[in-house]
Design a protein around this ligand. Structure first.
Ligand code: MN
Length: 259
């Protein structure tokens, strides 16, 4: 049997499960909030064009307003200064949009400390148990933050000092960019860096290192708890926005039942 026929049969008989890692897009979808003097992006909104009425008697449709980095979305290298000569979102090779994924669960640590930072030693310890990170694949960083995604305040978790959400240490970001075989980092939080990463030196090390290395980001993922530590295949579908720095993205995972 062909590989593709075997795959569609397996999806049909549920021996391969399709899991949606995408947050619903609505006007309540959380959006990152940068402090003054920085500009902020648009939240998601619909503007009705017609709905079975005099504007269009038999059809319903909307215009959409969205930022490239609104909701579950894809960060292309050109999103960051360090990656400004890299790929825009339309230039990402389609073969990299279907790739294996490792899921590293630090939800207990993030529940105990919302400023929890992933370190190289954490990844090394995971590799000692599960094997190496997937070559050409994704590191999906589970923190439990998807449980907060229905509430902008809980999701951003900010106080007077700024947001408190889990992320990467500076050394871990550098290591993932330069040493790890992954093509990108996927997170459940509003961005691939910690909430406090604006105050790191250098700031936003995850964005700077990974995008500067030509790697990608995926944010605001859901349902990572339903994935195995290894063996899932990720399908990411950013829109091919010409010159775009990123895109809202449908992200699906395939998993094999019993594995
Ligand atoms: Mn982004």
């Amino acid at each position: 049997m062909s590989v593709l026929r075997a795959l569609t049969d397996a999806i049909s008989d549920r021996s391969v499960e399709v899991i949606d890692l995408t947050a619903p897009l609505s006007d309540t979808t959380p959006v990152i909030m940068l402090p003054e003097p920085f500009a902020n992006t648009a939240g998601f909104a619909l503007t009705e064009v017609s709905r079975y009425d005099e504007r269009g008697p038999a059809w319903y449709w909307n215009d959409i307003v969205t930022g490239e980095h609104t909701g579950t979305h894809f960060d292309a290298p050109v999103h960051w200064l360090t990656g400004k000569d890299g790929e825009d979102v339309a230039q990402v090779p389609v073969t990299r949009l279907i790739a294996p994924a490792a899921v590293l669960d630090f939800s207990a640590q993030a529940a105990a400390d919302p400023d929890f930072l992933l370190e190289v030693d954490h990844v090394r310890a995971w590799e000692a148990e599960h094997g190496p990170l997937p070559d050409g694949g994704w590191l999906l960083y589970r923190t439990g933050w998807d449980a907060r995604s229905g509430d902008q305040a809980a999701f951003l978790n900010a106080d007077a000092a700024g947001p408190h959400t889990p992320g990467l240490s500076i050394s871990c970001a550098a290591w993932l960019a330069a040493e790890a075989p992954i093509i990108g980092l996927g997170v459940e939080t509003v961005g691939t860096d910690a909430g406090a990463a604006h105050s790191f030196d250098p700031p936003f090390p995850g964005h700077a290192a990974l995008l500067g290395a030509g790697k990608y980001g995926l944010t605001q993922l859901q349902n990572l708890a339903r994935l195995p530590a290894t063996g899932a295949v990720l399908i990411a579908g950013p829109l091919p926005i010409t010159g775009g720095s990123g895109s809202p993205c449908r992200v699906l995972a395939l998993t094999e039942r019993g594995r």
